[in-house]
Design a protein around this ligand. Structure first.
Ligand code: 13P
Length: 283
């Protein structure tokens, strides 16, 4: 069932769990994610970056692929097709027109006034079409920010202004996570998640979900995280399994067998994440 993210995240907020957002790269990944979420009765957000959209051919190809797989595989759990880190109003509009049900507009690199202006434009286009909108406050960077401790934590007052002035549906505040694998432990500000949840009353999003210890994830969910974005850990699980398969089977050349050799490692990882987030049996 293709839906936007509003209902699934509101339910997660009410029932104190988080919905997994898994990034896709191709048809096979989409299939493994959908099947694993169906098996575990979990709602799921299929996250697609602009790079992945380009890689797969375009937004229309991606939206139609996800929609067709949901039909062909008889997937009944709620599935959202979500643009991850949309960099411009145009990019969000293209995805909405193509059939995405949810977009993130990431204007966090701009000052607050400009961030608000850009997000408002996306909301004005998305909401009449029943498309949900996520925005970012503070800046969630990569490992270089973690190593140099230059993480730009979200400002509470800025978060309140962004939410009240734009009417977004979900907010991704920078609370100490980064994209990619951590060197050392991340300093996730649980107190900040809690404060922003109380200030905004919105379901909150934690980016950079790979490599964060389980107890920190659980505490983040208690504090207000309702959506956890996971990309790198799936990539690691898949590529390690494929690498091992190719070493053990040096004569294999059928691409279907090669790609599929990473399926069970990926599905196992997805299941573990679903159980960690508590989204199993919620669909
Ligand atoms: P990771 O690659 O660290 O899991 O982050 C994913 C993410 O936040 C996508 O938006």
């Amino acid at each position: 069932m293709i839906v936007n993210t509003k209902e699934m995240l509101e339910q997660a907020k009410r029932e104190h769990y988080a919905v997994p957002h898994f990034n896709i790269n191709n048809l096979e990944w989409t299939r493994y994610i959908l099947e694993a979420c169906q098996e575990n009765k979990s709602p799921v957000i299929i996250g697609v970056s602009e790079g992945a959209i380009q890689y797969m051919g375009g937004a229309l190809t991606v939206a139609n692929m996800v929609r067709s797989l949901v039909q062909d595989l008889a997937i009944t759990v709620p599935v959202a097709i979500h643009l991850d880190h949309g960099s411009s109003v145009e990019s969000c509009k293209t995805c909405i027109d193509a059939g995405f049900t949810s977009v993130m507009i990431d204007a966090s690199k701009y000052d607050l006034a400009e961030n608000i202006r850009i997000v408002k434009e996306v909301v004005a286009y998305a909401h009449p079409k029943d498309i949900t909108v996520e925005a970012e406050i503070g800046h969630i960077g990569g490992m270089e920010d973690h190593v140099s401790s230059s993480i730009a934590y979200a400002d509470q007052n800025d978060a309140i202004r962004l939410v009240t002035e734009t009417k977004i549906d979900t907010l991704a505040p920078a609370v100490g996570s980064v994209h990619g694998i951590y060197k050392g432990l991340p300093n996730i500000r649980i107190d900040l998640i809690n404060d922003i949840k109380h200030d905004t009353a919105l379901p909150l999003v934690l980016h950079g979900g790979s490599g964060i210890p389980d107890d920190i994830i659980r505490n983040s969910i208690i504090a207000g995280i309702c959506k956890l974005n996971i990309n790198t850990e799936l990539q690691l699980a898949w590529s390690q399994a494929v690498r091992q398969y190719l070493q053990e089977q040096p004569d294999i050349y059928d691409p279907r067998k090669i790609i599929k050799s990473g399926a069970s490692a990926m599905k196992q990882m997805i299941k573990e994440k679903i159980l960690l987030l508590g989204s199993n049996d919620k669909a």
